[in-house]
Write a protein that binds this ligand. Structure first.
Ligand code: AMP
Ligand code: MG
Length: 586
């Protein structure tokens, strides 16, 4: 979710009710205005409100059906817009503000949306802190001291809060001139994916291969059919070939029987029929086949029901070129060759095709605690699962995997591994060590070697994600948690690999299912819950979760046959609600 409709610095206040948000804002506004800042405020109301009064002209006109009512005077104007069907998002509301007449937008409410906020907290209210849960919080104003790295302000010192906002605006304006950078502190799944795909350039290397070796690969060039398929007009049934201009006869003389692979080369006359087997060419002039079961053969003559409408001219005959016509482009470059495509290429008589070279992907794991399976487990350690799930998912996508193993958590080891990987591979993927506050060296080394962005994606699991380039080689730093690795792979790495492979028009399959239990959901965040979907007797799909959803519980992926995707706009997913599912085949 992006606040792309806001070209101004935007700042919210996050607090539990009873903290005195409005009172604080009331005291803060004159101070900000005094410094010359023009402030626009946006406030969310939970309940129905009306600024109009029954009996007023504007009220009467609205009630008469005006879906927008703009009332204006010398001193102010107000626009009332009826939105009976949906609640507008903050971003939609922002488009209504005249941003040319303000320097700063302050927001009260909309607490689930992603934009920078100051947390207001009073000890006496007795509520928990919000900052550990809300990564949009940029500072805390309180009368107590939390255990946080965030800037701390005294909630009772309005001057210092004013000064903070001024400073923040200056910094904000200095490095955020575009909508993109004014966007939220976090990226949505959609935003992350499109930023990644923008940077992926399809590989150009290709190779001529034998047909069977093309299975699972992507075509590097268009394929035109060198022949008609089928090559001859032939029978789709076992039966009798006759002429459609000869349906009035009592019966027909059967001249010959033609098997598939043979032909009868004399043009058919009226009153004649040829017995044909499925796949056998029909003779010249014959254009219609009557099924054997609908015909009676007696003494070398065949009769059938030729009454009106019993036989449709042209029935049971496959025309030459009906499937593929000679010279037609049958597949375009970028087509993935699955079983049907492989069969079609063969049916055109092709024994070789040019395909994209497989994408080479180097993978490694990081973390002092991560250990190679097969070794005795040291104290406090875990076995490396991520390199194996990655190996599986990459292999399934047709990639060549270069396994660099577990890299020691030292700067030199990481630096060597990364520079080597980026020269031999088309893509490099690591897992672990990209979360905020991680002790691993990976971040420092990456920052030195390439252009890497450390993102927070508004999703669960899989929030931290590093993406960038080592030289020209795309790099993904996936989180360490095994489920997060798989989910982020499916959301970000797979689309990138498919683009790199030159596959065009790929879309993941999503289906709709009815939730049979309540599922985790939060406005603004994409939740990927592991689920099991099945078909109900009425044909609709239903889905349950696999239970415990910890992002380290790999078993939940194994037990699942789908990911349940609860989109950012969905506030709740209750029993009976429709949810999106992504079937898993990894
Ligand atoms: P990190 O992102 O490095 O903070 O790791 C998050 C969690 O994932 C920690 O509990 C790690 O021990 C675990 N983890 C990291 N790498 C792996 C791996 N290759 N296999 C299994 N678990 C891992
Ligand atoms: Mg770690």
């Amino acid at each position: 979710m992006s606040l792309s409709n806001c070209s101004l610095p935007i700042l919210g206040f996050a607090a539990f009710s009873g903290t005195g948000k409005t009172t604080l804002l009331e005291a803060l506004l004159p101070k900000l205005v005094e410094t010359g800042i023009r402030v626009a405020m946006v406030k969310h109301a939970h309940h129905e409100f009306d600024v109009d009064k029954p009996g007023k002209d504007s009220y009467r006109l609205r009630k008469a059906g005006a879906s927008q009512m703009l009332i204006s005077s010398r001193f102010r104007h107000a626009l009332m817009t009826e939105t009976p069907d949906f609640e507008p998002s903050l971003n939609q509301i922002l488009s209504r503000l005249d941003q040319s007449a303000a320097d700063l937008v302050l927001v009260e409410g909309f607490k689930r949306e992603n934009f920078p906020k100051i947390e207001l907290h009073r000890e006496a209210v007795g509520k928990p802190w919000l900052y550990p849960e809300d990564s949009n919080i940029i500072a805390i104003a309180s009368d107590s001291t939390p255990d946080s790295q965030l800037p701390l302000l005294n909630i009772n010192d309005i001057d210092s809060i004013t000064a903070f906002i001024q400073r923040w605006m200056q910094g904000h304006l200095a490095h955020t001139a575009t909508c993109d950078t004014l966007a939220p502190a976090m990226l949505s799944v959609e935003q992350g994916r499109s930023k990644i795909l923008d940077q992926i350039i399809p590989k150009s290397k290709s190779k001529q291969v034998e047909l069977k070796d093309a299975f699972g690969r992507v075509l590097a060039e268009d394929v035109k059919s060198p022949v008609n398929v089928p090559a001859q007009t032939n029978s789709a049934m076992d039966g009798y070939a006759i002429r459609s201009d000869d349906l009035d006869a009592q019966d027909y003389e059967v001249l010959a029987e033609v098997m598939a692979g043979y032909s009868y080369n004399i043009p058919l006359e009226k009153g004649q029929a040829i017995k044909v087997m499925t796949g056998a060419p029909v003779p010249k002039n014959a254009d219609t086949v009557v099924m054997r079961e609908q015909a009676v053969l007696s003494n070398g003559r065949v009769s059938m029901d030729t009454g009106k409408g019993a036989i449709k001219p042209g029935q049971n005959v496959r025309q030459a070129g009906e499937d593929l016509r000679e010279g037609d482009v049958v597949f375009s470059a970028g087509q993935k060759i699955n079983s049907a495509e492989l069969g079609m290429l063969a049916s055109m008589g092709l024994s070789e095709v040019r395909v994209k070279s497989p994408v080479k992907v180097a993978i490694f794991s990081t973390g002092d605690e991560v250990q190679q399976p097969g070794e005795a487990l040291r104290e406090n350690c875990i076995y490396d699962a991520n390199r194996y799930t990655l190996f599986g998912m990459l292999t399934k996508l047709g990639c060549l995997v270069i396994d660099l193993g577990i890299i020691d958590d030292t700067e030199t080891a990481l630096e060597n591994a990364l520079s080597e990987a980026s020269t031999v591979a088309d893509m490099v993927i690591s897992s672990g060590g990209v979360s905020v506050g991680d002790a691993d060296y990976i971040k420092t080394v990456l920052e030195r070697l390439g252009e890497i962005n450390f993102w927070r994606i508004n999703m669960r699991p899989g929030r931290p994600l590093a993406f960038g380039k080592l030289g020209d080689t795309p790099f993904f730093g996936l989180p360490g948690n095994p489920v997060a690795v798989m989910v982020s792979f499916l959301q970000f790495v797979e689309p990138a690999i498919r683009k790199l492979q030159g596959e065009s028009n790929w879309q993941p399959l999503t289906l709709e299912a009815v939730a049979t239990e309540r599922m985790r959901s939060r406005i603004g965040r994409t939740e990927y819950t592991r689920g099991v979907f099945s078909k109900k007797p009425n044909g609709l799909l239903e889905v349950r979760t696999t239970g415990s959803q910890g992002s380290g519980i790999l078993r939940s992926m194994s037990e699942a046959n789908c990911l349940i995707e609860i989109v950012p706009e969905q506030e709740e997913a209750n029993i009976g609600d429709r949810v999106q599912i992504i079937p898993l085949s990894v």
